[in-house]
Design a protein around this ligand. Structure first.
Ligand code: SF4
Length: 412
């Protein structure tokens, strides 16, 4: 098979993996005239396919052959797709060719599992090792690793890559048993735990001044949303655990895309893309705004409201905590006000050191007054209690979409 034909098959097969962002990678370049490429400075520029997937890195599978039979995956053993495989040398040559033509800034390499987890991982590592050691490639490399591979191979992958990741895919073993029977949550977490120890060691050595050390700076994972009945609460609880216990940089939420010739256990349609968006917003609240997953969702309400951003939804459920006096509230309390982001909270904290905060200060910071006013007290504003009450507030802050008829009239 021609290499261009392999590329068409293996790049297409890789597009379902959304966890390829490059933020937080170590800066490395060839400005000293040695080596090829750069992982910093101008940064990695991403572009997006019409379906929203990131395609700026050379994003390929080493092979789309696979021993596993994950129902949601187009490359599963029982799928009828055309199969192809790059040799490690071909993957190296492609990366360098594309890099030199300025098509890409780095490589995102994943693979179906062939022969065994170790055999596959050896090939993946060989690509990264050859790029780094033989060609002195200094561009960005993200390697997808296989939890069942030996710890030594995963450690080698971390040495050559900027980012490594293991896809968790689904939030519980029960879901995995149904949709990805060969995958095991415990094994994945064990592998993540080992990676975390290595990442911590490497960070420590760098802090101590070991400038020559090459090592990935973070790990991430991806979960598939909407392929089964797992709730948003299930996803967020798992993400919370991964951030705390394994210090993941990111959990990527990828809305399930129906694949050609789908398995009968899959839903026939994709979930609304806004569900993916709401999960990212909720995830952001957990990582940067001090919310716990149990505050965002509860057993009675296990899914995010698709019409409301999760912070506003929380504030509406907890109206007794508002209005909040911006002159005296703590930073943590201010971060919970709908419409106030981290930067603006810090700016308001700086302003109130010198003067009393007024609505005009909020306007100057381009904070949305209609969104914030019902929740805050300023020197010149005290919302009436009824402002925080009733469905009118919801209707004003998050009007529900209305289905129109052909003539633009609202349908009942
Ligand atoms: S192991 Fe990966 S490539 Fe293989 S079927 Fe499962 S998701 Fe697809």
């Amino acid at each position: 098979m021609e290499i261009s034909e392999k590329l068409a098959i293996l790049a297409d097969a890789a597009k379902y993996d959304a966890s390829c962002a490059s933020s937080g990678a170590t800066k490395r370049d060839s400005a000293d005239g040695r080596g090829v490429g750069s992982a910093g400075g101008a940064g990695i520029c991403h572009s997006y396919a019409p379906d929203g997937r990131c395609i700026s890195l050379l994003k390929i599978l080493l092979t789309n052959r696979c021993l596993y039979d994950c129902h949601y995956c187009i490359n599963r053993r029982s799928s009828n797709v055309r199969r192809a495989a790059f040799t490690p040398e071909e993957a190296v040559t492609l990366t360098l060719d594309f890099y030199k033509r300025n098509y890409i800034e780095g490589l995102f390499l994943s693979s179906g599992i062939i022969r065994s987890a170790d055999h596959t991982m050896e090939q993946v590592v060989q690509v990264a090792r050859t790029l780094r050691e033989v060609h002195d490639f200094r561009g960005y490399i993200h390697l997808k690793t296989i939890p069942e591979a030996s710890p030594e191979l995963i450690e080698q992958a971390a040495r050559y890559a900027d980012r490594i990741s293991i896809n968790l895919e689904l939030p519980s073993q029960q879901s995995l048993d149904r949709l990805a029977p060969e995958k095991n949550l415990g094994r994945t977490k064990q592998a993540m735990g080992r990676i975390r120890v290595k990442l911590d060691d490497a960070a420590e050595r760098k802090r101590e001044g070991d400038r020559k050390l090459r090592h990935a700076t973070g790990q991430s994972t991806q979960v598939i949303v909407g392929a089964d009945a797992s709730t948003d609460a299930d996803f967020l609880a798992r993400s919370d655990e991964l951030y705390r216990a394994y210090r993941l940089r990111r959990v990527y939420y990828s809305a399930f895309s129906p694949i050609p010739e789908p398995s009968s256990v899959l839903p026939p349609t994709a979930p609304p893309l806004v569900r993916e968006h709401r999960l990212y917003q909720a995830d952001w609240l957990m990582r940067y705004y001090g919310f716990s997953n149990s505050e965002i969702l509860t057993p009675e309400q296990p899914n995010l409201d698709l019409h409301l951003d999760p912070k506003l939804a929380w504030a509406l459920r907890n109206r007794q905590q508002f209005p909040l006096d911006l002159q005296t509230a703590s930073r943590g309390e201010m971060l919970r006000v709908p419409g106030l982001g981290m930067k603006n909270v810090d700016r308001l904290l700086a302003i109130r050191r010198h003067t009393r905060v007024r609505l005009e200060d909020l306007a100057r910071l381009r904070i949305s007054l209609p969104k914030v006013r019902p929740f805050v007290i300023t020197a010149d504003h005290h919302p009436a209690l009824e402002d925080l009450d009733g469905d009118r507030l919801v209707a004003r802050l998050a009007p529900r979409p209305v289905q129109l008829d052909l003539f633009g009239n609202a349908l009942p």
